[in-house]
Write a protein that binds this ligand. Structure first.
Ligand code: 5GP
Ligand code: MN
Length: 341
């Protein structure tokens, strides 16, 4: 291996390395409505624990969307911990707050409370946690998988371990959260870590194609309906669209198929803030994207109990779509108009 990550290894907290390195039975939990970063980080950590002779269970509150079925080891993903296993460590990955683990955390509150904990996350909005937790929160990291790669190297695990499954899982998260190195969250460190993963065998081009340029026809039709419905205000500085249950019904798609629409809407030329409103049962999911140097997306979603990153954030609002839209757009317009260019 010619790419040396040595200069970056000091970023890994000793407490995190010791807990993960010493785990015999790790319970590794991703956020609800999972994406490739939270799943890839969990799978990567599982391979790290296994390389060190331990065992790992990966858990997510929601079923894994078909888009991520290509991730090696994802078939072992569970929606609850294994009741027969005596876990000795809880690892929470890519969660800006602990309740992002979703229903599984509420179902197993006592277990989650009792286990020694490690949090690995890169959300700007993460406040850190109290209690017996080793937290590693690095908002300068493009992806949680960027951090897990450093943890692997810090623990002496070769990136080519597990027949390439480790490197592929970690690369998937980096590709996901950078949109294949196109977002402003990419740093020289991101690229160096990605280079080390490619050197270890990660199929970068294939992962990018599967995550970003491969879709069922029905999903493209769903995108068409939502794109057609695009609206804007303030000379295009705020742009939004809405996705109704009827769109899913008409196209034969599921909520997970809405992933990626926001990235098309946010291509609107003048948009400082782009929002998609997704109808749920009595509640509304929003995804927000903002332009570099402009509105902090977490300020907008934070006003509605959500969080995320400066350029990409989300929230769930307990109001029907029309009411949520009115409330969110009022704040979005105020924030967008305050941007001086
Ligand atoms: P997306 O719009 O792609 O669903 O999410 C963008 C970013 O915001 C992701 O990093 C995601 O983890 C975060 N995010 C989305 N929804 C929520 C939410 O309801 N609460 C918090 N804290 N973060 C969210
Ligand atoms: Mn992430």
């Amino acid at each position: 291996m010619t790419i040396d990550l040595g200069v970056y290894l000091e970023a890994v907290p000793v407490s995190v390395a010791e807990r993960v390195g010493g785990a015999r039975e790790a319970l590794i939990v991703s956020h609800e409505n999972p994406d490739a970063d939270t799943l890839g980080a969990a799978l990567g950590l599982a391979r790290i624990v296994e390389f060190n002779g331990g065992r790992a269970t990966t858990v997510c509150a929601d079923p894994v969307p078909p888009l991520y079925a290509f991730l090696a080891g994802i078939e072992a993903e569970r929606m609850d911990p294994d009741p027969a296993t005596a876990y000795d460590l809880l690892v929470v990955v890519d969660c800006g707050t602990l309740d992002r683990v979703g229903a599984v955390g509420r179902r197993h509150a006592a277990l989650f409370e009792r286990l020694p904990r490690v949090i690995i996350d890169h959300h700007l909005s993460n406040p850190g946690s109290a209690g017996p937790s080793a937290d590693w929160i690095d908002p300068d990291s493009a992806a949680t998988c960027e951090m897990v790669t450093l943890l692997a190297v810090r623990l002496g695990v070769p990136l080519g371990a597990a027949d390439g499954a480790l490197a592929a899982a970690l690369m998937a998260g980096i590709v996901m959260d950078t949109s294949t190195f196109a977002h402003p969250n990419v740093t020289p460190r991101t690229l160096t870590i990605a280079a080390a993963l490619v050197e270890a065998g990660a199929p970068l081009a294939e992962i990018s194609r599967l995550l970003y340029r491969t879709k069922p026809d029905a999903q493209l039709r769903l995108f068409g309906r939502v794109l057609e419905r695009l609206e804007g205000s303030d000379r295009g500085r705020v742009v939004w669209s809405s996705l109704f249950d009827a769109d899913l019904l008409a196209t034969g798609t599921s909520p997970a198929d809405s992933e990626g629409i926001i990235d098309l809407l946010s291509q609107a030329e003048a948009a400082e803030v782009t929002v998609i409103f997704k109808e749920g049962s009595g509640e509304t999911r929003i995804s927000v994207r903002t332009k570099p140097g402009g509105v902090d997306a977490t300020v907008l979603t934070g006003a509605f109990g959500g969080g995320g990153h400066a350029r990409a954030a989300g929230a769930t609002i307990l109001l029907p779509l029309e009411e949520a839209r009115e409330a969110v757009l009022a704040v979005a317009r105020r924030l967008a108009l305050a941007v001086a260019r």
